[in-house]
Design a protein around this ligand. Structure first.
Ligand code: MTE
Length: 338
């Protein structure tokens, strides 16, 4: 029953709006006069829900507050993570910031304007659960204490599109150290904000809000696990998960949860958003593996954003096996890849 209601990235990729159709539609909407014209043109295209979201979002754009952390960027690129690998150019920033998954603002790719309703200040981050002392930190204080750097990572969505982007931020291990977890803590549960008045997708009651994701402590301490606070040398745009999101490039993109407000250290494995919704299709570990298909489509290849219909082979752990394969030694009996 749930699956019937789902739209977007949990559908086979052929059912998801293609990048070129998406951009043509955006160009059409952009070219039209505001207000009723937008509504009627989009209604003709059979997408009146999206049209009203566009109109709402257009109103919001006028009142968006600038990000107060702008002065921190750009930050120095870490030479150990300087590019996306051979033949993987950095994705056009216009694409990476306009073709998004952020279900809190709609179950389609075209949420960038609706996401401008996200209130990014005041914003606090709570570190709690099995820790020496729970803490709640203001985001600007956190940014001041963390070692900011830039890293270029690949991102592979479970839908089979991919991108290469320069994230700014800090290693997740630095946040774990700040939290001072007890030895009983085995996992971190990450929770996204709740604000259904501004994030209209959260009024869709069949989704198990808030969006939850989780990692084991060993994964969180791996050098690749990163908290991203910016992209392309600027503060994180709201649609990409301002003011802070996870970047774990060896896992499918849905693990990289956005706009986090709470990190809870726990002895029990958390149940993540998509796992709760459709456990048979989305497991906890969700590591990229071209040889393990999704229940409804192949994961053997991917479509880089900006490359038209070009497909390239997907790599085990999205090409980061050397850094992370060791994390899963002895866990071969577990469902590591879907
Ligand atoms: N985090 C939250 N809170 N809500 C979401 O809907 N979508 C996930 C992930 N993080 C999502 C989220 C999915 S499916 C993907 S592929 C990536 O965000 C997309 O990140 P991007 O929009 O910056 O490309």
């Amino acid at each position: 029953m749930l699956l019937k209601r789902l739209k977007g990235w949990e559908l086979p990729e052929r059912a998801v709006t293609s990048e070129s159709v998406f951009h043509n539609r955006r160009a059409l909407l952009k070219g039209l006069a505001a207000g009723p014209m937008i509504l009627s043109a989009a209604a003709l295209a059979g997408c009146s829900d999206e049209a009203s979201a566009e109109a709402d979002a257009a109103k919001q754009l006028a009142s968006v507050e600038p990000d107060p952390s702008s002065h921190l960027y750009p930050v120095k690129r870490n030479p150990a993570f300087a590019d996306g690998g051979p033949d993987r150019p950095i994705t056009d920033p216009d694409l990476a910031t306009s073709y998004n998954n952020f279900y809190e603002f709609g179950s389609h790719k075209n949420i960038s304007r609706a996401a401008q309703a996200l209130k990014i200040r005041p914003w606090t981050v709570t570190l709690d659960g099995e820790v020496a002392q729970p803490k709640t930190i203001d985001i600007d204080d956190l940014l001041d204490q963390m070692p900011l750097e830039e890293r270029v990572y690949r991102l592979r969505c479970v839908e089979a599109w991919s991108m290469v982007v320069p994230w700014s931020g800090f290693p997740l291990s630095a946040l774990v150290k700040l939290a001072e977890p007890l030895s009983s803590a085995k996992y971190i549960r990450m929770e996204t904000f709740m604000d259904p008045d501004n994030a209209k997708g959260q009024k869709q009651h069949w989704y198990p809000w808030p969006y939850i994701e989780g990692l084991s402590i060993e994964e969180a301490m791996n050098d690749l696990a990163f908290i991203a606070t910016g992209i392309y040398g600027k503060p994180m745009p709201r649609q990409n998960g301002a003011p802070l999101r996870l970047a774990v490039p060896w896992k499918y993109g849905f693990k990289s949860t956005k706009s986090i407000v709470r990190f809870t250290f726990t002895s029990e494995r958390p149940v993540s958003f998509w796992e709760e919704l459709q456990k048979s299709e989305y497991g906890f570990w969700a590591n990229v593996n071209p040889e393990v298909p999704h229940a409804r489509w192949s994961q053997a290849s991917e479509r880089p954003l900006g490359g038209g219909n070009e497909r390239i082979p997907t790599l085990l752990y999205n090409g980061y096996a050397e850094q992370v394969a060791g994390l899963y030694k002895g866990m071969e009996g577990e469902r590591l890849f879907t």
